[in-house]
Design a protein around this ligand. Structure first.
Ligand code: K7E
Ligand code: CUA
Length: 761
């Protein structure tokens, strides 16, 4: 034990403690000092997560204009990750390495690379209407696109561009077995993307719902097997897929069914006046299962090389219906049993509960109240309704509780959440939030079995809730405890990244992310990289005028350390992180080329660029990966055209003697004794019962094998009395020992903190 303490001091690793010179504050003291109430303490106890603790649920929140997805835990509200989706993100190397550039390039529109997205609605993949924790989808409202994120590594794998829309909003929503990912238009535009005057708005501008086919085995959307249903130029809005009783159908709201086309600059009343004139808009109801069959039967029309079921076909085949819904609705949310569809109307104080059974019966009986200007049958509002409930001013979205018939509705204008019973049509509770709530989200609240407990209010304004940071405020996510009859606000979390419209929360135990890739992995394609290389096989090859460098990254060196090319060359660097240890990511940055890579354990990443100017370009690892991280460096030397190297020996800054060598060997031998004592400490305990320790031991063993290699080289040089190389290799041997000791001590600490048992003396 004493020995171990001394080694930790020798390596300067932790374990320092100071005796407190003052007595500790009591709970009462702290409450007084910080002005906390009993209620605050209770809220703190409900959310505080001690060090090393884990969250019960993980939230995947839209990152709004950042084009990313935010991941945070509940109840701690600690942010865990930003997943780069539509926007380059340097930490993850997204949009900097060749592999992820290809993903971003899939999202080009009209040949243009778009470096942002307006993400709105994340959707988790489902199996039988339950979240399965495998895939996440998110839409881009500004540039109609949908992205596929793999929850095995929390990376974006695919971006698909909508072939007919120029604006969208009602995505991403999945069908109960993730057969399709739904995306609905927002602002109508011509499918052709050509110029069409607004005078032809009614005839040539169109909305649509696209059903993106998801191939679960491949983990990719199949654009060629996806299709759309043509809709009138009503501004379509949020959507939801039916489930259980209503499986096979999807529902899409709309506003501005007035088809008003604005024109304030020519003296016409503005959009907001013309779009809110009528008392009702339309809920679209589409039989997507039948629609898919129609496509298979060849009844779709190819538009922009994409299968579209025209309105005429949809009407003739009886797969498209409209139901009036009160003034400018926003959210449409199918109840967990699939029997009800709740629509909240922004300009109406009611939430309307539609009965799927009644709507289906009207359709089956062909009992229609009329048709719209395009001939789409309209169901009678009253005959379709189960009930309407006055929930507050400006209701937007609905989320379901685990308790039957309980729903929560966000009330934008009143800045409230209303809890109500949709079976009986009565309001149960209201809570004020800060301020102007948009979406709200309960745990797995849009599945067939919501989990209850918590509700998050995703507010549009924060105003005075946090320390001021300039005119642009963070967003405010408020955590509400919904386990009891009365809702309780328990946490405010500032979100400093875009406006998160919607979020989904999943039980943390459903997620099974990996900790490392198989060695040499192209994570964006999910296959072994053609550019992978094993340690010791690093090389440079010139092919088709491109200098390919096949290198490796491992604590604490980049191989190669010197790369020399001639001016005008195109260089393609490929680095494989050959670490097996958890959390040993290496970065790679080089002066002046906008090259910035992140290589997580096992990953192979590439960067291709042209070197047009002779010069010296230092490169290094950007992750503080070990004590010798700063030495994880190298040089790209770009020689002038026709440069001839002079025959001069490399100048060493320092020369070493036998004495230096002996001194280093002595230090190494002492270090080895310390390592042996740590190994003894670990192996005397039941370390095999702790998987993180097993992984650390594996990593330490790797380092000791490298040490043995370096030791042999040092001794060989010593035999030949080459004290220069002998001493340097002895130093390298020591470096591996340091890493092994560092890892060993981490394992030892883990065992101590987790009450490991002594199994042998
Ligand atoms: Cu902001 Cu769902 Cu896009 Cu409502 S949406 S708030
Ligand atoms: Cu690798 Cu620092």
């Amino acid at each position: 034990m004493k020995k171990i303490l001394s080694v930790s001091t020798a390596f300067g690793i932790g374990l320092a403690w100071t005796a407190a010179a003052w007595s500790a504050e009591s709970l009462d003291d702290v409450m007084k000092r910080r002005g906390l109430t009993q209620k605050d303490l209770l809220a703190a106890a409900k959310t505080y997560t001690p060090t090393g603790g884990r969250d019960e649920f993980l939230v995947f929140s839209s990152g709004g204009q950042s084009g990313q997805v935010l991941v945070y835990g509940i109840p701690s509200m600690r942010i865990l990750k930003y997943i780069a989706v539509f926007t380059p993100e340097p930490w993850q190397g997204y949009g900097f390495d060749d592999e992820s550039k290809e993903v971003l390039a899939q999202g080009k529109i009209g040949g243009k690379q778009l470096n942002y997205g307006d993400t709105h609605h994340p959707a988790m993949s489902e199996t039988n209407g339950e979240y399965d924790g495998e895939w996440l989808f998110i839409n881009d409202k500004a540039n109609p696109r949908v992205a596929v994120i793999d929850l095995k590594d929390f990376e974006t794998k695919q971006i698909v561009v909508n072939p007919i829309m120029s604006s969208e909003h009602g995505g991403a929503f999945v069908t109960p077995n993730t057969e399709y990912v739904i995306e609905a238009t927002q602002y109508a535009a011509p499918y052709s993307r050509d110029f069409v005057p607004l005078s032809k708005f009614n005839d040539e501008y169109r909305g649509a719902v696209t059903y993106w086919k998801f191939n679960r085995e491949a983990g990719r959307i199949e654009p060629e097997n996806s299709f759309s249903v043509e809709l009138p130029p009503y501004s379509q809005d949020l959507s939801d897929a039916g489930k259980l009783d209503s499986d096979g159908w999807s529902f899409t709201n709309s506003f501005c069914t007035e088809r008003y086309i604005g024109g304030i600059e020519s003296g016409r009343p503005p959009f907001e006046a013309g779009c809110s004139q009528k008392d009702t808009d339309f809920l679209h109801m589409i039989n997507w299962k039948r629609a898919a069959e129609l496509v298979a039967e060849g009844k779709a029309t190819k538009i922009n090389d994409h299968d579209v079921i025209t309105m005429d076909t949809a009407i003739k085949e009886g797969i498209l219906f409209l139901i009036p819904e009160p003034k400018s609705p926003h959210g449409v949310d199918v109840s967990p049993d699939g029997k009800f569809i709740i629509v909240a109307g922004k300009l109406d104080t009611h939430a309307s509960v539609y009965s799927f059974e009644k709507m289906k019966a009207l359709i089956d009986a062909k009992d229609f109240a009329g048709t719209d200007p395009y001939g789409i049958p309209i169901l009678d509002l009253k005959k379709s309704l189960h009930t309407q409930v006055q929930v507050g001013l400006g209701p937007l979205h609905n989320q379901y509780d685990s308790k039957p018939c309980i729903v929560y509705t966000s009330i934008y204008v009143d800045s409230q959440v209303t809890k109500w019973n949709y079976c009986e049509g009565k309001v149960l509770d209201k809570i004020s939030i800060h301020y102007n709530i948009g979406h709200l989200m309960s745990m797995e609240g849009d599945t067939v079995s919501p989990k209850g407990h918590y509700l998050v209010s995703l507010n549009k304004l924060a105003i005075d809730r946090f320390n001021p940071v300039g005119p642009l405020h963070p967003q405010n996510h408020q955590l509400i405890d919904i386990s009891n009859d009365k809702m309780e606000l328990i946490y405010d979390m500032p979100l400093p990244l875009g406006e998160p419209h919607y979020a989904v929360a999943i039980s943390a135990d459903k997620l099974k992310p990996k900790i490392r890739y198989s060695t040499g992995w192209n994570s964006r394609k999910d296959e072994r990289s053609e550019y992978r290389v094993r340690p010791g096989r690093e090389r440079t090859e010139v092919a088709d005028g491109v200098t390919h460098v096949y290198g490796t990254l491992i604590r604490s060196h980049i191989t190669p350390e010197i790369i020399q090319v001639e001016e005008g060359s195109t260089v393609s660097l490929h680095f494989t992180n050959v670490e097996r240890a958890e959390d040993e990511t290496h970065g790679f940055a080089i002066y002046g080329f906008n090259v910035n890579l992140s290589a997580e354990p096992g990953k192979t990443v590439s960067a291709t660029f042209k070197v047009d100017k002779p010069g010296v370009y230092p490169y290094y690892c950007t992750e503080f990966c070990s004590a010798l991280h700063l030495e994880m460096q190298g040089y790209l030397l770009v020689t002038p055209k026709g440069y001839q190297a002079e025959e001069v020996a490399l100048q060493e800054g320092q020369s070493y003697s036998q004495e230096d060598f002996d001194k280093q060997v002595k230090a190494n031998t002492d270090t080895q004794a310390v390592i042996d004592s740590v190994v003894e400490y670990i192996t005397a305990r039941n370390f095999k019962d702790f998987p993180p320790v097993v992984a650390l031991v594996e990593d330490a063993t790797d380092q000791l094998n490298f040490a043995a290699d370096a030791k042999k080289k040092a001794e060989d040089y010593a035999t030949n009395e080459d004290w220069q190389n002998a001493t340097l290799w002895a130093q390298q041997w020591f470096q591996y020992q340091v890493k092994a000791a560092d890892i060993g001590l981490r394992a030892k600490t883990y065992l101590d903190q987790n009450d490991a048992k002594v199994v042998k003396e």
